[in-house]
Design a protein around this ligand. Structure first.
Ligand code: ZN
Length: 398
């Protein structure tokens, strides 16, 4: 353990970056981003209601170059576009639709009931009247192919935008529809579409359906060469396997020390032994961030295989990884996790839904804890985490 860094002043001036958050859930907090101590936020989109909000915030606050020294004061967010697993049931997938230019046709009535019946768990052959009523009260499912084409347009419009938040979640259940009483009391400051105070139904989204949704978004990220912020809850093996399916056949050649020496010798003697370089877009995204990573250290170790051609990052938040306990004692399990993540793969995030002071407090808390576990001085830690974030967002060449 390092000396406790809690007395050292926090080096915000070196640049602290939030790798994953949702300020568009509270649009009234957006003007505070520019006044925050954190230099830039990576802002996720998740569902129907927030895609346009993220792009409107990007119009005003999107960063325009990969070098922070060139940023104007109002440049303080990196927009991300994606469809979150918690909303994956609201999408139907019809491959033939791709050619039709992605019309956002909605499913209604019987088609809607059939769709929900086909993508939910527990799957029932006979629906009760109550099931039917609940399905009909949920949003009309829309075309995922149409969404993907809108997302492609957003990514092209914002060349520094990333893909997120996407992922797989085995544990969440779909909230029931709003009842009129509850709807009256809802907080108008919040962007609609989230759970808020609604009760949970017994239904989960079938993982096969979730996997199709996540995979097609990973392929879009691959096509456009963008990094991705990935959500995984009780599905760490499946997240890994899904990524692996995309890069299989493109593994990096890992040479032993002996082979490396031999290669160096050969290269001295012959000039034309250069390995064939792969070019053009790869079938896998260049970089992913496992956001608020909740797997255990042995789950994580599979990502340390040097043959994996995707650059992997793991990001941690006080909100999720430390149950929101700002300033409290760091649990041993968290220390064990941070210890297995190599320094060049670490990121920090708030995962909060309101921008402002609390986001800064959360970021400072998680950075201090990581510096303690890694025995880094704060300045050293903030520099490493900042370099990592810039590599995650912009790639190696910056
Ligand atoms: Zn999130």
């Amino acid at each position: 353990m390092a000396d406790d860094t809690s007395q050292e002043p926090f080096p915000w001036h070196l640049g602290v970056y939030d790798a994953h958050c949702h300020p568009t859930d509270t649009m009234s907090s957006i003007p505070f981003i520019q006044k925050m101590k954190a230099r830039a936020l990576t802002v996720m989109a998740t569902r129907l209601q927030d895609q346009e909000l993220v792009s409107s915030v990007a119009d005003k606050h999107g960063i325009k170059s990969a070098s922070p020294a060139e940023w104007e004061e109002e440049e303080c967010i990196v927009p991300c576009f994606g469809w979150h697993p918690w909303f994956s049931h609201q999408m139907y997938i019809e491959e033939e639709e791709a050619e039709q230019g992605g019309e956002r046709k909605k499913l209604e009535g019987e088609e809607k009931v059939k769709h929900y019946q086909s993508v939910l768990q527990p799957s029932k052959t006979e629906l009760t009247e109550e099931d039917r009523r609940m399905f009909l009260s949920w949003p009309d499912p829309t075309s995922f192919v149409a969404f993907l084409s809108e997302t492609r347009q957003n990514l092209q419009k914002y060349p520094l935008a990333l893909v997120g938040e996407i992922g797989l979640d085995r544990s969440f259940r779909i909230p029931e529809a709003w009842n009129p009483d509850l709807e009256q009391q809802r907080n108008d400051e919040l962007t609609p579409g989230g759970r808020e105070g609604r009760r949970l139904s017994p239904y989960r989204v079938d993982l096969k359906h979730q996997k199709k949704i996540v995979k097609m978004q990973l392929q879009l990220a691959a096509e456009l060469g963008r990094a991705v912020s990935v959500h995984g809850v009780q599905a760490h093996g499946l997240v890994f396997d899904t990524l692996k399916e995309l890069y299989e056949g493109h593994e990096r050649k890992v040479l032993s020390r002996k082979q490396q020496k031999k290669q160096a010798r050969d290269q001295k003697n012959e000039t034309d032994v250069h390995e064939k370089q792969e070019s053009g877009p790869m079938p896998y995204p260049p970089r992913i961030c496992l956001h608020s990573y909740s797997g255990n250290p042995s789950n994580f170790k599979q990502y340390l295989n040097p043959a994996i051609p995707v650059e992997i990052f793991a990001s941690f938040s006080t909100a999720i990884n430390l149950s929101d306990a700002v300033g409290e004692v760091t649990p041993r399990s968290f220390e064990d996790m941070i210890e297995v993540v190599p320094h060049h793969m670490l990121l920090v995030e708030s995962d909060l839904h309101i921008a402002g002071d609390r986001m800064d407090t959360h970021l400072e808390d998680i950075v201090r804890r990581i510096c303690n576990v890694k025995a880094w001085k704060l300045e050293e830690g903030v520099r490493i985490l900042g370099d990592n974030w810039r590599r995650f967002a912009f790639g190696k060449k910056t």
